[in-house]
Design a protein around this ligand. Structure first.
Ligand SMILES: *Cc1c(COP(=O)(O)O)cnc(C)c1O
Length: 348
């Protein structure tokens, strides 16, 4: 065709983790929740179906916004609904960053941020984490054309967090909006929603894909000050969330008891997985997410990944230029994690 913008022809495109459609794999590679969602979710989707799909959905998802606003102690106009939090990240990039302007992100972290910059024809600056996964001071520095900073917190692949006090300091120094991507925060000790009220340039994104067990539903949301949300509503697709996902997401977030129980189960298995990996000689980064980042001093991560895959256990092998490699293992249920550990015992 030859008619594509050069930015598109020159980019590689985002590479998601493998989603095998056939065959039986134990899937510990894309941080999905191993447990089924709250039963209220299916009931709500069935009720919405009963109601029919003839009409367009609510363009802003007010039912969800009201419920989420209650839970987080804000007003509904502080919330923007998205078709997954990836949609939220796309909306932010389109709204804040012009061609040739700059997005900053930490490295290694979520690779989609870079893809979004490339699609937009924007520049991106990857700032290396320190060896202990803390943010270096250059992450807060001003830079020409800097329009947006992405900070996944907890980070992927490390599962580490920047404490709210450090994030606040960062926000106060930055001359531009700061998006704190809290995709995994329900598994962590602390969150940054309070900063949205305190700092005008802070926004927090959340997703139902991980902690609510609804990656297939595609629902995420942003919490930001009302004047920010109002501008972002101009940028989003008119009906970015469908009627079924709004109904399912509203029921899911309404069931905070389910969330608490699920969180406790996942965290218990995470702690056990970390201990067992350490016992096998892995170096393990203490995680506040639903996955564990590890590597073995005597075995290549790539070979462990391949041998596990031959035995039908999928983990995520990550290789970061200028940084190194490792395995990111999702916290599955106890039997999935045991199957993985049993195989690893024969390999190291
Ligand atoms: C999984 C993930 C998301 C995206 O979640 P969706 O809501 O499924 O689009 C966003 N950020 C990070 C860091 C993630 O790991």
């Amino acid at each position: 065709m030859g008619a594509f913008r050069p930015a598109i022809e020159n980019m590689a495109g985002y590479a998601p983790g493998e989603q095998p459609q056939a065959g039986k794999f134990i899937k510990l590679n894309t941080n999905e929740n191993p447990y089924p969602p709250s039963p209220r979710v299916t009931a709500a989707i069935e009720a919405a179906l009963e109601h029919g799909l003839t009409r367009y959905p609510d363009p802003v998802g007010d039912a969800f916004r009201r419920r989420a606003a209650d839970i987080y102690g804000v007003e509904p106009d502080w919330i923007l609904c998205g078709n997954g939090s990836d949609d939220i990240l796309t909306i932010l990039t389109r709204a804040f960053v012009g061609e040739g302007q700059l997005i900053r992100l930490p490295y290694p972290s979520y690779t989609l941020y870079r893809t979004l910059a490339e699609i937009q024809g924007a520049r991106f600056e990857e700032v290396n984490f320190a060896a202990d996964w803390s943010l270096s001071s250059s992450f807060a520095a001003a830079a020409g054309g800097l329009r947006l900073v992405f900070l996944p917190n907890p980070n992927s692949p490390s599962g580490t967090v920047a404490p709210p006090a450090a994030v606040r300091e960062l926000a106060e120094q930055l001359p531009c909006p700061l998006l704190i991507d809290e995709a995994y925060v329900d598994f962590a000790d602390d969150h940054c929603i309070d900063l949205v009220r305190q700092c005008e340039n802070v926004m927090v994104s959340r997703t139902l894909s991980k902690s609510y067990g609804l990656a297939g539903l595609r629902f995420g949301f942003l919490i930001a000050q009302p004047h920010v949300i109002a501008e972002l509503h101009k940028v989003k697709d008119s009906y970015n969330c469908d009627a079924l996902s709004i109904a399912g997401a509203t029921a899911a977030i309404d069931d905070q008891v389910w969330l608490r129980e699920n969180r406790a189960r996942v965290i218990a298995t995470r702690e056990r997985l970390q201990e067992e990996l350490a016992r096998l000689g892995f170096s393990v980064t203490p995680s506040q997410a639903n996955f564990v980042w590890c590597s073995h001093p005597a075995q290549s991560a790539q070979s462990l990944y391949e041998r596990l895959k031959q035995q039908r256990v999928l983990v995520r092998y990550m290789q970061y230029p200028r940084w190194g490699e490792g395995l990111r293992v999702t916290v599955g249920d106890d039997s999935q994690v045991d199957a993985c550990l049993t195989l690893l015992k024969t390999m190291v």
